[in-house]
Design a protein around this ligand. Structure first.
Ligand code: AHR
Length: 330
């Protein structure tokens, strides 16, 4: 049983005082049993500008944790994706005594000392999207994200079905050291390993970037005489970069080279509708409401699961993308 965070005790004491005053007919006219008007302070150690998915996720968190909802959200994006700036922001939030810290880690490793400091200060930490490596669930309360292993397994299972006679493939990875990259590699590798015909020509990071993915995949096509039939791009922006490289090589995406991506942003679904991408697995970024509910449970001292999975869907055809686009929110 985790120790009840300071705030939960504060809520409990305030609630008890209110009930006691109400029972004695004392206290002010306000008979509300809330713990007063004090806002819950939330320190959000965020990634900051990174791409469409990140923009959607961080905007959703900020739009959810409003003063009207009872929160003061302190948003601290990393400086140029630098972990040092995140650790500094994390330390500041601990020193300031915020009620809860949300962490989207730019790097999986290197968080033990920070997390232990938050524990000593009885400040609960919730991982948003990104995990820590090595994973130690005793160092944080819970992680909220879609399941990267399952999402990449869905991509791999589509690839296996698309290439019954095999083919050469290339993987465009996110940055080294990011937890979701390792999780996506594991899901893909475990699902594809048993398929002898699918041959991994190589893998390289393109740092979530369309421009970098275009450059990387141009080189890969040239060095393999265009003999690549499949690309697993670990996010939409990199998949769109690969599609440009395919077109600039005089090939046709979706015909000569099928490209599968993860995230489910509008540009990717538009490209799927046009046939430039062939498969898009959503990695749903819009989980702010779930996150708020979990924060309230945690601050009330309730037990929560160590990993709260956000449901995500997949899109495997132009028709599916076209049907989904009008209702997409990011
Ligand atoms: O951690 C989620 C990943 O980070 C997304 O798939 C990618 O687009 C973002 O940059």
């Amino acid at each position: 049983m985790r120790s009840i965070p300071r705030v939960a005790r504060a809520f409990a004491v305030a609630g008890a005082l209110t009930l006691a005053l109400a029972a004695c007919g004392g206290g002010d006219d306000d008979t509300s049993t809330s713990g007063g008007d004090e806002l819950v302070t939330v320190g959000f150690v965020a990634v900051g500008p990174e791409g469409g998915w990140r923009q959607a996720n961080e905007a959703n968190v900020q739009d959810t944790f409003t003063e009207e909802a009872g929160f003061e959200l302190k948003y601290a994006p990393a400086t140029n994706l630098d972990q040092r700036s995140q650790i500094d922001a994390f330390t500041s939030f601990v020193d300031e005594g915020v009620d809860v810290i949300l962490l989207s880690a730019t790097e999986g490793a290197g968080w033990e000392d920070s997390l232990r400091r938050a524990q000593e200060a009885e400040i609960p930490v919730i991982l948003v999207d990104r995990g820590i490596e090595p994973d130690d669930t005793s160092l944080y309360v819970t992680r909220i994200a879609p399941d990267n292993y399952e999402v990449s397994t869905a991509v791999a299972e589509w690839a296996v079905s698309e290439f019954p006679d095999g083919g050469n493939y290339f993987v465009l990875e996110g940055p080294a050291g990011v937890s979701v990259v390792n999780e996506r590699n594991r899901g893909w590798d475990d699902a594809v390993a048993s398929v002898p015909g699918l041959v991994k020509v190589g893998a390289q990071t393109a740092n979530w970037s369309t421009e970098e993915a275009k450059s990387v995949f141009e080189t890969v096509l040239k060095s393999n005489n265009n003999d690549i039939q499949l690309v697993f791009a670990q996010n939409d922006e990199m998949g769109l970069g690969a599609a440009i490289a395919v077109e600039e090589a005089g090939l046709t995406p979706g015909v000569d080279v099928k490209i599968a991506t993860i995230d489910g942003t509008k540009p990717a679904l538009e490209a799927l509708a046009e046939g430039r991408l062939s498969f898009v697995a959503e990695y749903n970024p819009l989980f702010g409401e779930t996150l708020l509910e979990v924060v309230e449970q945690v601050l009330n001292g309730e037990e929560v699961e160590p990993y709260i999975v956000v449901p995500s869907e997949t899109f495997d055809s132009p028709e599916a993308a076209t049907a989904a686009l009008p209702s997409r929110k990011y």
